[in-house]
Design a protein around this ligand. Structure first.
Ligand code: FAD
Length: 373
């Protein structure tokens, strides 16, 4: 009898093996600015970017996708954030209805052969009344001419792309209309400009994107008008992001247990102990998994739950990372320590769009709409 046939590892286990192997070795370098392209591609080959994509435009297994980004974020928040960028960009392509994007690009994207991100913070904030749209599009033969700039978009490079949205410049329109499209970084008229140094996320290849008379062919349009597609994908977009916060939280709890044998006798006087945080994290996971079963639920009540869950993930990540530092003491204050890196990563969980303040604004607005008159 020959050797037993090797069964493929379940996706999340395969992702965890990459995270705790080659990714863990590079986490410090990534924090200092190295872009982990090979790891990003290996994660794609393991299935981290395809679990949430069902056949056609149907939803896949969102909970699995969130588990994958959490497993990565537990080790390296910057790479975990880029896993979300890649997952959500794939979601845009899947929902686009464009044959070129769905049939040609999506298979390469979903397996990590091609990489890309999302520049949707500005549109999300614009829909929430926090800022105005920064990209403008004018209809031209066969496509759109786009101008404007986005201050920061991650997981980019010369051969990358991002899902973005522009206000349509049409003086005859009676209501604002937007077009969502794939911005290819190598298109004429696109310039990637360096961002200032960040306190974390330095290895995420985050660039300022400037578009000057950039032509977007109709084949690269994700949605026009954009609002119906945004309404369909917004809950999935935010749910997928929860993996980042939950993973950073788990990493912080793990680090607390690591110092328990040496410091438990005094750490027991701290609040936010690892067992209490783990119980809270497990309860949050149960909420995320329940919500992840119906990402296209269009009800306002469902969306409020999603926003609240995402806010809870931010708050828990902040508390866990802070407490982890208090547990570790000076050893966690070393620049090379994952404990202090995670404090900075947790700050990004809380400020990346939708930031806690943005989530609370939306929850307040939608809750007021839901209240009986
Ligand atoms: C490391 C990093 C990576 C990011 N990656 C992405 C991404 O992949 N995709 C994406 O869409 N967004 C990305 N963002 C943007 C992020 O999601 C938020 O939208 C952004 O941080 C602004 O949110 P805010 O809550 O600070 O805005 P507010 O507090 O409402 O601030 C108002 C406005 O001021 C601008 N602003 C404030 N300070 C500066 C400054 N020094 N220079 C330029 N503008 C400034 C902000 O852009 C914002 O629009 C990234 C931001 C950072 C820091």
């Amino acid at each position: 009898m020959g050797a037993p046939e090797k069964l493929p590892l379940p996706m999340v286990e395969a992702v965890r093996a990459i995270a705790q192997g080659p990714l863990a070795d590079q986490a410090d370098a990534i924090d200092r600015g190295t872009y982990p392209r090979a790891v990003m591609q290996a994660l794609g080959a393991a299935g981290a970017y395809s679990a949430h994509l069902g056949p056609g435009a149907a939803p896949g297994d969102f909970a699995q996708a969130i588990r994958a980004s959490a497993a990565v974020s537990q080790v390296c928040g910057a790479t975990g954030f880029m896993v979300w960028c890649q997952q959500v960009c794939g979601f845009y392509l899947q929902q686009s209805g464009s044959t070129a994007l769905m049939d040609d690009l999506l298979p390469l994207h979903a397996t990590g052969a091609r990489l890309g991100g999302t520049g949707m913070s500005n549109p999300m904030k614009s829909y929430a009344g926090i800022e105005t749209l920064l990209l403008k599009a004018r209809r031209v033969a066969g496509g759109w001419c786009v101008n404007g700039a986005l201050p920061w978009v991650s997981n980019l490079g010369p051969d990358h792309y991002a899902g973005v949205l522009a206000a349509v410049d049409n003086p005859e329109a009676t209501a604002p209309v937007e077009v969502m499209f794939l911005l290819r970084c190598d298109a004429p008229g696109v310039e990637l400009r360096n961002c200032p140094s960040f306190s974390a996320m330095e290895g995420t290849n985050t660039w300022a994107l400037r578009c000057t008379d950039m032509f977007v062919p109709d084949a690269d349009v994700i949605a026009h008008p954009a609002k119906p597609v945004i309404a369909r994908i917004r809950a999935g977009f935010i749910l997928l992001q929860c993996g980042f916060g939950l993973g950073v939280t788990q990493g912080a709890i793990d680090a607390m247990w690591r110092v328990e044998p040496a410091l438990g006798h005094v750490n027991c006087y701290l609040e936010d102990r690892p067992d209490g945080l783990q119980a809270e994290l497990d309860a949050l996971w149960a909420r995320v998994e329940a919500l992840a079963a119906t990402p296209f639920d269009a009800s306002t009540a469902y969306f409020i739950y999603v926003l609240d869950t995402r806010a809870h993930a931010s708050e828990l990540a902040l508390r866990a990372a802070q407490s982890s530092l208090l547990h570790a003491g000076a050893r966690g204050y070393l620049l090379s320590s994952d404990v202090q890196r995670r404090v900075r990563e947790s700050h990004f969980v809380a400020i990346v769009s939708p930031a806690i303040k943005h989530l609370r604004k939306e929850i307040a607005r939608l809750s007021a709409m839901e209240m009986p008159a």
